[in-house]
Structures are given as structure tokens and as C-alpha cells.
Design a protein around this ligand. Structure first.
Ligand SMILES: NC(=O)c1ccc[n+]([C@@H]2O[C@H](COP(=O)([O-])OP(=O)(O)OC[C@H]3O[C@@H](n4cnc5c(N)ncnc54)[C@H](O)[C@@H]3O)[C@@H](O)[C@H]2O)c1
Length: 346
């Protein structure tokens, strides 16, 4: 693989400069902070290209990724578009010999991830996924607690997000574009958990409830709407398990979005802080509450730059990013087929 003399020698571009969360600006700013050189923006919407030009005066702008690859000398391209476009764009970029970073989720199916990993290998470039949340303060703390032995062995992780309410009208509510209700936050929650449970996955069961919100007369996605609620149960060879639930139907959802049940303590992560419940015997439990440590999401692009310049090990490899996608892909298929499915990649 080609290495670079310094991070500034790595010319970077983004595909997608959407307005929902201004992610294009965030990526280019983080790439710049890691020492790389923002060079180009690709966006279908000319109005968003104007915003990009105002944010990064003089930056190259293109209407399509084909045009970028034909005309620009960029080395690394980050894809920040709706989920169903990641694989097609990622494959084009890798085939053109440029490094690829995909926003999460890496793609919708395992096969799409495989194709991108193979294409990148063939061209001698990297394929990674922007799992900036790998470094969220709450998961850094949970990993530290686990490694200190304070939680004991991890028995089960419960992941849950959502409540009762109509999903937004945006593309995230379309099953064919998003992949389904589990793909947005579910991929972050699984990526957190796979840092804590390292045993091979053996089986995934998926469950889904459909049709409630799709039946609303003015709901834009109709038959293509996401599930109202979906669940995945992941079985590991060790006997450990993960239960993931994302819902738009539960009017009384449980406390916290991540509950780690260990043999010595249970750790619950909520938005404002975390609680560690440590039993002392005789029915006594000490509950420690703590705010979250600061996140270190900037490490994502710092690691990419270090990998391409000094050969530092890549943290979010294509194979790592494929793990949660394989679980989500199997969960969705399992829900449709009404039975548990064995894994291919553990
Ligand atoms: N890591 C995080 O914390 C985080 C946060 C928000 C969004 N995301 C992810 O970022 C991605 C984009 O989400 P968003 O909220 O920015 O969406 P968005 O709708 O705001 O923006 C998507 C943009 O992509 C453009 N686009 C679509 N297809 C294109 C193509 N072929 N070529 C060029 N431009 C194209 C659209 O015109 C749009 O402006 C998703 O994968 C989402 O899950 C991640």
C-alpha cells in the first residue's frame, strides 16, 4: 500500500454534504484537524455544494463521484450518503485506487461489505467505516470497567432505543434506503458491544413488527416503511448474548440505552451518565453514578492518517465494520424467515 510522507500529503474528499446534521462539514473539519488536506466535495444537490464552498473556500466541487474520480487527484474519499448508496459508491472509489471511508453503517448486506473489502485489497487501498462512536466517553468507560475486572464476566448486554412515536418522514424511515429500523443507531450499539464481547457469534434471531406507522394515511413510505419495532438476539459461542431492540411502539421503554450485566456488577448507560450496581451480599447493592468521560471521536481520522503515514494499525478495519452489518443483515433475514440463522462470519 502507498504510504505518505505526512498527513498533509493525503488529499481528502467527501461524497454527500447533506443538511440533516452537517456531517460533510464535520468530516472535513476532523480530517483537517488530523492534518490531512480537504480537497473536494461531491454532492447531487447544487445548493449544498454552495454551502460546502462557503465552508471551505476554493475546494473542488463535483456533481457525481465519477466526475471526481476522473478529474481530481484525491487520495481518500469519505462517503456520507444514505445507506443504500454506500456499497455502489465505495466500490467505484476503491476500483479507482482511492482509499475509502464509509459513514456507518458500512453497507446494508454482508455481501456488499465483502465486495468492498475485496476491491480494496485488490487495489491496495484501505476500506474503513466512520465508527467515530467507537470512542464515545460512555463506551470507553465501560471497556475500562470491564478490563479492571469490576464487572466480572459479561453475561448479557441489552441495547434499546426509541419510544412510542411516529417516525420522521425522512429517508431514514424507508426500509429500502436505510436497511431497516435497526441500521441507524443499532449499528453503533452493536459496535459498542462487540468491543466487550469477543467470543465468536454463532446464531442470530430477528423479530419485527410492521405496518402500524405505515398505515397512517399521510405516511410517505407506505409499504417501504421501516419496521415499527425490530429486535435481534445474538448468541455467542461463550453463552453470552446481546439483545438489541429499536422501537417506535414502546410507550414505556426501559432505563438507559445499554445495560451490561456482569457476574460482579451491572452497568447501565443513560444519556446523562452511567450507573454501576455492585451487589455486596445480604441483599445490599452499592450504586455508583458518574457523568460520562469526554469522547475521543477525533481519534478516528487521527488513526487513519497515522495508518497511511507511519503504518499504525488501523482500528476500524473493513472486517471489523462488517461484524455488526453481518448481525443486522442476518437479523432482518431471520425476521422475514421466522427462524434463527447461523452466522458465516463470527
Ligand atoms: N456517525 C454519526 O454519528 C452519524 C451522524 C449522522 C449521520 N450519519 C450517517 O451519515 C450518512 C448520511 O446521513 P445524513 O444525515 O448526512 O444524510 P442527509 O440526507 O443529510 O445527507 C445525504 C446527502 O447525500 C447526498 N447524496 C445522496 N446520494 C449521493 C450521490 N450518489 N452522490 C453525491 N451526493 C449524494 C444527498 O444529496 C444529501 O445531501 C448516513 O450513513 C448516516 O447514517 C452518521
Amino acid at each position: 500500500m502507498k504510504t505518505y510522507s505526512a498527513p498533509s500529503a493525503i488529499k481528502v474528499a467527501v461524497v454527500g454534504y447533506g443538511g440533516a446534521f452537517n456531517m460533510g462539514r464535520q468530516h472535513l473539519n476532523e480530517m483537517k484537524a488530523a492534518g490531512m488536506t480537504p480537497t473536494a466535495v461531491v454532492e447531487l444537490d447544487p445548493k449544498r455544494l454552495e454551502v460546502a464552498l462557503a465552508d471551505f473556500p476554493g475546494i473542488e466541487t463535483y456533481g457525481t463521484v465519477d466526475e471526481l474520480l476522473a478529474k481530481s487527484a484525491v487520495d481518500l474519499v469519505t462517503v456520507i450518503t444514505p445507506h443504500n448508496t454506500h456499497a455502489e459508491l465505495g466500490l467505484k472509489i476503491a476500483a479507482a485506487g482511492r482509499h475509502v471511508v464509509l459513514e456507518k453503517p458500512m453497507a446494508i448486506t454482508t455481501e456488499e461489505c465483502d465486495a468492498m473489502i475485496d476491491a480494496a485489497k485488490k487495489q491496495g487501498v484501505i476500506v474503513s467505516t466512520y465508527h467515530n462512536r467507537h470512542w464515545d466517553g460512555w463506551i470507553l468507560r465501560a471497556v475500562e470497567l470491564f478490563k479492571s475486572g469490576a464487572l466480572g464476566d459479561i453475561v448479557r448486554i441489552d441495547l434499546r432505543m426509541g419510544g412510542h412515536g411516529r417516525p420522521g418522514d425522512w429517508w431514514r424511515s424507508s426500509r429500502s434506503i436505510s436497511g431497516g429500523i435497526l441500521y441507524d443507531w443499532g449499528v453503533h450499539l452493536l459496535e459498542y458491544s462487540l468491543q466487550l464481547i469477543t467470543s465468536p457469534v454463532t446464531e442470530v434471531s430477528g423479530y419485527a413488527w410492521n405496518g402500524h406507522w405505515a398505515a397512517q394515511p399521510d405516511f410517505p413510505w407506505a409499504k417501504d416503511a421501516n419496521e415499527d419495532e425490530a429486535q435481534a438476539t445474538v448468541r455467542f459461542a461463550s453463552g453470552q448474548r446481546i439483545n438489541l431492540t429499536i422501537t417506535h411502539l414502546d410507550a414505556a421503554s426501559d432505563k438507559g440505552f445499554m445495560k451490561i450485566v456482569g457476574t460482579k456488577a451491572t452497568h447501565i448507560i443513560e444519556w446523562p451518565g452511567a450507573e454501576t450496581h455492585t451487589p455486596q451480599g445480604a441483599g445490599k447493592t452499592i450504586i455508583e453514578r458518574a457523568p460520562h468521560p469526554k469522547g475521543e471521536g477525533h481519534k478516528f481520522y487521527e488513526n487513519i492518517a497515522a495508518h497511511l503515514t507511519t503504518g499504525e494499525a488501523l482500528v476500524i478495519t473493513g472486517e471489523w465494520a462488517r461484524r455488526p452489518i453481518h448481525i443486522l443483515d442476518l437479523a432482518m433475514r431471520s425476521a422475514r424467515e421466522g427462524k434463527s440463522l447461523p452466522v458465516i462470519y463470527s
